[in-house]
Ligand binder design. Structure first.
Ligand code: NAP
Length: 234
């Protein structure tokens, strides 16, 4: 199984990459820091089964030429792709009235356009094989605006819109499309928050949901996965 995951060195992306690698997947991963990519690749390869490979590529997904470079590298190495997980994203709090100028642009570039461009680069492979599964890392912020969510909510609503369009376009091609909508999940984005550990979900919880969605027959697709902390949103 060949799996592409953006933003895979930390948080949710890392948990998903690790779980899928443990189940025998080969990975194409990216993030902005080469050292993190090298460390992750080395530690995963220590437990690799025969034939498992990892493509680890440094890029900033918010930059068109860099995300295109990641896509081109994947196409040059793999002639089939089973799973694409558009996970990389950034959260900056703020209210529309006073958030910094450029905040919407930055989050749209990172959270929406990266997924749009990478998906379009890889889609011919999915369409050629008439199978595969694309996940987009949306958020509960894709369905519910909240104070201080600002442009982040706008970008995640847009990503869910993109996911729904993709689902309709790919329905007849045998390609599954799933929107992941997690609530608060422990990751670097929450560092410093003063809450007991059990108040937030674990990144591994989201990885399990991805793995389970991958287990279904070609006749079934999970269109949306909403997962919240047991005590609800923060
Ligand atoms: N944690 C939550 O509560 C939560 C809830 C709902 C949805 N989400 C979504 O889940 C996704 C992952 O969030 P997370 O909390 O796991 O974040 P995280 O812990 O900050 O990890 C983000 C990952 O993406 C990479 N990344 C960030 N910006 C990038 C860029 N411009 N180009 C390439 N790589 C980039 C980071 O590596 P580098 O910094 O080295 O680039 C890191 O590997 C995001 O889309 C987020 O919106 C998170």
């Amino acid at each position: 199984m060949n799996v592409v995951i953006t933003g895979a060195t930390k948080g949710l992306g890392r948990a998903i990459a690790t779980l899928l690698f443990d189940h025998g997947a080969s990975l194409a991963i990216c993030s902005r820091h080469q050292e993190d990519l090298d460390d992750m690749k080395q530690s995963l390869l220590e437990t690799a089964q025969s034939g498992q490979t990892i493509i680890a590529y440094r890029c900033d997904v918010s930059k068109r030429d860099e995300i295109d470079g990641f896509g081109r590298l994947i196409l040059s190495k793999w002639n089939h792709i089973d799973v694409l997980i558009n996970n990389a994203g950034v959260f900056m709090p703020g209210a529309l009235i006073d958030e910094e100028d450029g905040q919407l642009q930055m989050m749209m570039d990172t959270n929406l356009y990266s997924a749009y461009h990478l998906t379009r680069t890889l889609l011919p492979v999915f369409v050629g094989q008439q199978k595969g599964h694309i996940f987009n890392m949306c958020s509960v912020a894709s369905i519910k605006a909240y104070p201080n969510g600002g442009s982040y909510c706008i970008s995640k609503f847009a990503l869910l819109g993109f996911t729904k369009v993709l689902r309709e376009e790919l329905k007849a091609q045998g390609i599954k499309v799933t929107a992941l909508l997690p609530g608060a999940t422990w990751s670097d984005s929450w560092s410093g928050i003063d809450l007991p550990e059990e108040r937030l979900m674990q990144a591994h919880d989201i990885a399990i949901a991805v793995w389970q969605a991958l287990q279904m027959s070609p006749a079934a697709v999970v269109e949306e996965i909403i997962i919240r902390p047991q005590l609800g949103d923060l």
